[in-house]
Design a protein around this ligand. Structure first.
Ligand code: ATP
Length: 303
């Protein structure tokens, strides 16, 4: 059984709730302040570990109290943190979120995440059968170095290009499996996919960005499920009809679950159905980290 290695961001999400948002220059009294472990890298590692995969996180924390809290939380999730470095040069990545009037504003300060470099990822003991996962919340050269190492070792590389940004073709060519939502696909392909329910249009767009014939592009479609282009083959997994209460972290749950199942040796179609079921459970619960299901919960849904 392979392992899951996630090179990515680790953040503390600081959430302030208030009756209304302050105007520029104004101070308003808030109701509550809440602290949630976050960052796409950490969330995806939590999802994979909770589903039973042997999971290693690679990243950076500041030498501060948020860093210490996050290390304790992630360690408690069973994640190997041997490759999470502490740096005195920056604080721990922090997202400042204000929630009011059913809307939010977010300021993310990458901090230590922005210092993850090739030296952090080149020492990772990746082996054939492992899955190397990353996202766009650490610098692109670090992701490229991680995937180069992964491919040299015979591991599968999986990129979740979120938040969307342009990437060089050389990086895309290092990716075995790309997992992205419709907005990110539209952005990368330069195509407007908003309101496109048409499977054919999504497949055509996915084909546009495919740089290798053996590359798999998985487009998550929210409640409609997921559509994958695996080489030339198309696989559609229908979304599960559930009552969603909070879709935050659904994409991270999907990626972590897909990586966990592939590392366990599952075929792509099986892994997609598993990840779709896992993410459908996560949307029925509040929050990102706390909403990630266990393997037993996913198996119960799949029957
Ligand atoms: P987010 O940014 O909110 O974390 P995302 O935009 O990256 O999510 P989505 O495509 O919205 O990703 O969702 C990922 C997966 O989660 C879907 O492919 C599906 O499996 C599951 N999912 C999301 N929303 C629903 C829903 N309302 N009902 C059932 N499953 C859902």
């Amino acid at each position: 059984m392979g392992r899951v290695f996630v090179a990515g961001s680790i953040n503390m999400d600081v959430v302030a709730t208030a009756d209304r948002h302050p105007r520029v220059g104004e101070t308003v009294a808030g109701r509550q302040v809440l602290y949630f472990p976050g960052g796409k890298g950490a969330n995806q590692a939590v999802a994979a570990s909770r589903l039973g995969a042997r999971t290693t996180l690679i990243g950076r924390l500041g030498k501060d109290s948020f860093g210490a809290e996050l290390r304790t939380f992630l360690g408690d999730q069973g994640i190997d943190l041997g490759y999470v470095a502490e740096t005195a040069e920056a604080h721990t990545g922090t997202a400042i979120i204000t929630v009011a009037e059913a809307d939010n504003t977010i300021v993310v300060i990458p901090g230590a995440n922005g210092l993850v470099g090739a030296d952090d990822v080149e020492v990772v003991p990746l082996l054939a059968g492992d899955v190397a996962v990353s996202q766009f919340e650490i610098p692109l050269p670090a992701i490229a170095a991680f995937f180069r190492r992964g491919r040299a070792a015979g591991a599968t590389t999986l990129l979740n290009p979120a938040p969307a940004q342009k990437m060089p073709d050389e990086l895309l060519a290092l990716v075995d499996i790309l997992v992205l939502n419709e907005t990110e696909l539209g952005f990368l392909a330069g195509v407007d996919l908003s309101d496109s329910d048409e499977t054919a249009k999504i497949v055509d767009t996915a084909r546009k960005i495919q740089v290798r014939e053996d590359q798999t592009i998985c487009v998550t479609l929210g409640k409609r499920g997921v559509l994958a282009l695996a080489g030339r083959e198309e696989i559609l997994v229908q979304g599960r009809a559930v009552k969603a209460v909070d879709t935050t972290g659904a994409g991270d749950c999907f990626v972590g679950a897909l990586a966990a199942e592939l590392a366990d040796g599952a075929a792509l179609r099986t892994a997609l159905a598993f990840a779709n079921a896992a993410a459908s459970i996560s949307v029925q619960r509040m929050g990102a980290g706390p909403s990630m299901p266990t393997a037993a919960e996913v198996k119960a849904v799949l029957g």
